[in-house]
Design a protein around this ligand. Structure first.
Ligand code: ZN
Ligand code: ZN
Length: 416
């Protein structure tokens, strides 16, 4: 047997393990459930393995919706201007109908981080807005955790090139795959028990924070002096959750965060991003914003400022925060020192906040509350939900108790 084929076989085994762990641990797919999967044409190999494991787990039907970067670009190059306010509403309605009738949802991430970098930001933002509006009813079933869902990544050539521009395409892909396998614990002897232990540790961290009932968090670090109130009745989550349909899932692979709902009226001060953000195929770098009473009143970026401005102008809620997440600077992803240009990874390498929609599952009994009741507790509402990274090895975070006392929570990016 040649060395190459041994190497290839080892890779195929890991790819298969990733698919199996995604279906059984991430998604918690149940016998008889339908699965709706989205993937790019560059992720076919992983999508097929996931399909196989889904059927082995008893899936009644697996439907994969493939996207194609080249076709996306053709729209920008040849599509009529008026078309950019249009989205395939029928498709998103169909996905919503599938979720309502019991389907699980799996997304394969791996987008080219700068696919749309050279396209007209105005068109990019209109197209994204149209999709957000059309997808909203279906997405709500996901943000309310009514169904079991997960996101898992597949290395793709364009993504690998963005991360390792100086390497050959083969070496770049191999390095990215190694990083995906390491951060999703697939390279460990028993990935399933490794995930169980990791999930338990995140649950414990969230439970500790839930006991504290902090009223606010206070951040200080280079370029950041920021205080953020937490929503009334906020609830910290980490690791897996039991979805409304009763099935346990771990929504992101990897995941290193504990997160909750901030109060949409209680953010004050300046925050500086510590990593670039790839948003809608465009890079936004050097984000620096100032909040007053929960609302962004000043926004700057050293690169992609126009995209940032369009993003926060999406609707009123797009200028306010819907998520706050704590991630230690020593998380395995941060430890790798790599910048992934992909939120699934980068948000799990650093403490972050998200503009836009709040997760109602991060409010006590949130799933039973009306939108008005959630808003009264401070949960934000928006068409967007965009995470950006503000954590670093230089960031200190205090928890502020209801009586106004500060307790050290993180020092130099690590749990106290
Ligand atoms: Zn997050
Ligand atoms: Zn988020």
């Amino acid at each position: 047997m040649s060395e190459t084929s041994a190497h290839e076989r080892a890779f195929e085994e890991k790819l298969d393990k990733l698919a199996e762990v995604a279906v059984r641990v991430g998604l918690g797919l149940q016998a008889g459930q339908e699965l709706v999967m989205t993937a790019s044409l560059d992720s076919v190999a992983l999508a097929r393995r996931i399909t196989e494991h889904a059927y082995r787990a008893g899936a009644s039907l697996v439907t994969t919706l493939y996207s194609d970067d080249e076709a996306t670009l053709m729209r920008y190059h040849y599509g009529a201007d008026a078309g950019f306010d249009h989205a395939a509403k029928w498709l998103y309605d169909g996905m919503g109908a599938a979720f309502k009738s019991g389907a699980a949802r799996l997304a394969i991430a791996g987008a080219n981080p700068s696919l749309l970098s050279n396209e007209d930001p105005e068109k990019v933002s209109r197209a994204s807005r149209a999709v957000s509006q059309a997808y909203r009813p279906a997405l709500e079933l996901i943000t309310r955790h009514e169904i079991n869902w997960t996101i898992v990544a597949c290395a793709t050539p364009a993504w690998a090139k963005a991360m390792f521009p100086d390497e050959s395409p083969e070496v770049a892909m191999a390095k990215l795959w190694d990083a995906i396998f390491a951060t999703t614990r697939i390279d460990q002897d028993d990935p399933v028990s490794a995930w169980k232990a990791h999930d338990a540790a995140l649950q414990k961290r969230a439970a500790l924070l839930n006991e504290k009932r902090y009223a606010a968090l206070k951040y200080s670090g280079p370029g950041t002096d920021f205080s953020l109130g937490l929503a009334d009745g906020h609830w910290w989550l980490g690791g897996g959750t039991t979805a409304g349909n009763g099935y346990y899932c771990i929504p992101n692979m990897p995941t290193e965060e504990v997160f909750t709902t901030p109060h949409k009226l209680r953010a004050d001060g300046t925050v500086t991003a510590t990593k670039p953000l790839s948003h809608l195929g465009t890079m936004i770098e050097g984000i620096r914003v100032r909040f007053e009473e929960g609302r962004i009143v000043e926004a700057h970026a050293t690169r992609g400022e126009e995209v940032l401005r369009k993003l926060i102008d999406t609707d009123d809620g797009a200028r306010r925060l819907g998520e706050v997440a704590l991630v230690p600077h020593s998380s395995p992803i941060a430890h790798s020192g790599m910048l992934f240009y992909n939120t699934l990874f980068d948000e799990n390498a650093a403490s972050h906040i998200a503009l836009g929609q709040a997760y109602s599952s991060c409010v006590v009994d949130g799933d039973k509350l009306s939108p008005e009741q959630l808003a009264a507790k401070g949960a934000n509402d928006s068409l967007i939900h965009v995470d950006w990274m503000i954590g670093s090895g230089e960031l200190d975070i205090d928890g502020i108790t209801a009586s106004g006392q500060a307790e050290p929570l993180m020092r130099k990016g690590e749990w106290v």
